[in-house]
Design a binder for this molecule. Structure first.
Ligand SMILES: [Fe+2]
Ligand SMILES: [Fe+2]
Length: 277
């Protein structure tokens, strides 16, 4: 099994293009899968440079409806043709980022930038569900993640429209992918808007295993409060994690901190980073 990060904010080698977003290409004995699609400018270019053939993808998984995880869908679909796309029904919500700076408020659309019908015309077969599911043997999606920790708070700048009402985004659609391998669980996060620790606890609860071979992806650890980062790290250090390859919305301060705490078990998941087992 091999997981390669093909879209990410940074490049680490002289290969690929960095963009705000995330996508991971997953090769298994059962076939190849794509988790998220980046913002749209790098997914095809990087997959070609990294010799990952998007035409071989059996299924696409979407972590949530933000543009930086879904914006590459048309480019990917043009190569795959008809393909299952697993997501939560809220993936199509209109979403906004509101920034207040120098007394001025800016509202930016950050949702999935394409209509469902357009994506379907390109071959997307949406399979929408809210629950924890086993997609294929040993491959799971978390579905909605219960919010239980006291220290993981929603991002106050992010909003969504539900039934014509704009409110703080609760990200019920935020879901992660789990691969159950002989070496332990591999957990791939999109943005971890449900809270990284809530997600880990949900995975342990649902799968009944608590040894993680690797945790990869966006963690959103540096965007919220210092308390969230401290408390999350305390919990992470109590869990058996062999490798932690964070990136995307983790933030540099949180990534440096994780490097200090996890030493050689830490790596930064830039474009081209590969995890092989
Ligand atoms: Fe993101
Ligand atoms: Fe996000």
């Amino acid at each position: 099994m091999r997981i390669t990060i093909i879209c990410e904010n940074t490049v680490g080698r002289r290969i690929g293009l960095g963009e705000h977003g995330f996508s991971a290409f997953i090769e298994t004995d059962q076939g190849n899968y794509l988790f998220d699609t980046g913002s749209g400018r790098s997914v095809v270019k990087n997959s070609l440079e990294l010799s990952k053939d998007l035409r071989t993808i059996k299924k696409i998984f979407l972590s949530h409806g933000h543009y930086d995880h879904t914006g590459g869908l048309p480019e990917v679909l043009k190569l795959t043709g008809k393909v299952d796309v697993h997501a939560h029904p809220h993936v199509f919500l209109d979403r906004f980022h509101v920034i207040k700076e120098n007394g001025k408020e800016t509202k930016r659309f950050v949702g999935l930038p394409f209509k469902k019908s357009y994506l379907e015309s390109l071959g997307a077969n949406f399979i929408l569900n809210k629950d924890f599911i086993e997609i294929e043997k040993g491959i799971f999606l978390t579905g909605e993640v219960p919010r239980k920790t006291s220290f993981e708070k929603p991002d106050p700048g992010l909003f969504s429209d539900i039934d014509g009402k704009t409110d703080q985004d609760t990200f019920l659609d935020d879901q992660s992918l789990i691969l159950d391998t002989g070496k332990g669980l591999i957990l791939i996060l999109g943005c971890a808007h449900s809270g990284m620790i809530n997600i880990i606890n949900h995975v342990i609860d649902k799968i009944g295993k608590e040894n993680f071979y690797a945790i990869l992806g966006g963690t959103h650890l540096d965007f919220l409060t210092a308390e969230q980062l401290d408390e999350s790290i305390k919990v992470l250090k109590r869990i058996k994690i062999e490798k932690i390859g964070v990136c995307h919305c983790t933030g540099m301060r949180a990534a440096f901190r994780l490097h200090q705490e996890f030493g050689d078990r830490f790596f930064y998941g830039h474009v081209g980073s590969t995890l092989e087992i």
